[in-house]
Design a protein around this ligand. Sequence first.
Ligand code: E4P
Length: 226
Amino acid sequence: MKFFLDTADLDEIAEAASWGALAGVTTNPTLYARIGGRLADFHNHITRICALVEGPVSAESVAMTRDEIVRDGRVLAALAPNVVVKVPAMVEGLAATKVLAAEGIAVNMTLCFTVPQAILAARAGARYISPFVGRFDDISEDGLDQLGDVVTAIGNYDFTESTAGGEQIEVIAASIRSANHVTQAALLGADIATVPFDVLKKMVSHPLTDRGLESFVKDWEKVQNA
Ligand code: E4P
């Protein structure tokens, strides 16, 4: 499993990248608004994120028609070689994905909640598919069940003919709320988990690690003073 950071915050990205396990970044309009992002700076900001990580950086189009999404997608993809265009799972989004994929532009199909949406995304040529886990949990449904179904269904078929560059589709477990979501997503076989920075920090730590470290430090002091 690979880890992406789900943020538009440059400091968080730089910090996570320094830890050595960051394989990419996903952003969305909410995450960009959360850091006080302005429309005029958006493209520059995506370019700066792309310079901080070697892996794919998803930048979202919020257009509602095929032609507008395609236009946005071309502009975003031209910002840096590692840009992935994030497109919502809807009819116009599928149609735009088909055009972008044919041009060799990688698409991450976002706001994906069901197996049929995921299969349609795959057939349209999406390189990444992002089933949202936490938002299902928010409405008292089981997001991990849905994620598992998408992983299984996508794994049942060969979609390499559809994707830009004939690559394997990767399923991104998105809308992750906890380290346990990451554990379960890994057990279900998700290729990637995109996680907020606070979840990434929780993934690193465990109270028994802290306790063990504390006692090792104390015992080492005893050795030095013996
Ligand atoms: C995925 O790419 C999305 O940016 C993200 O995971 C959405 O998560 P949320 O439900 O916490 O907003």
